[in-house]
Write a protein that binds this ligand. Sequence first.
Ligand SMILES: [Zn+2]
Ligand SMILES: [Zn+2]
Length: 159
Amino acid sequence: MARPANPTRRPNIVQTGFIFMETNLKNILIRNGISPSYHRLKIFEFLVGNRSHPTADIIYSEIIRQIPTLSKTTVYNTLKTLAEKGLLSPLTIEDTEVRYDADISFHGHFKCQSCGTLYDIDLGPFKTGKKLAEAKKIDGHLITEKQVYFKGICRKCLK
Ligand SMILES: [Zn+2]
Ligand SMILES: [Zn+2]
């Protein structure tokens, strides 16, 4: 499992209780022009509460247990909408899968090639990490998306 992400990264979401969190998430959807249907809310809530960077298939198979009326199309469409509004970051470390991250602050990712776990990496301790986080342009190019990926063998698999 990836280490739990620091909740202070998303000041909009206060995870003090289920009801409170749900109300907040609903407001976040509304503020971003997304009509907060029950399914959309459940998908967003799942991603905010589950920071293991799940794929659409994992999200579907987890939520369908609670909501049997959920369709895969709804999951895909909702993920697309949330990503377009900048509420999720789609991670395409492998061209065979897309993973979704509700932590939209700038951070790196480390994928273990042994167990497949995707870890969040705080780039702050690295000299260029803070500069990268703040950079709006690079070499005169306008940045619209930033991804920092590492691959290797994770600390658990190294033991
Ligand atoms: Zn591993
Ligand atoms: Zn992440």
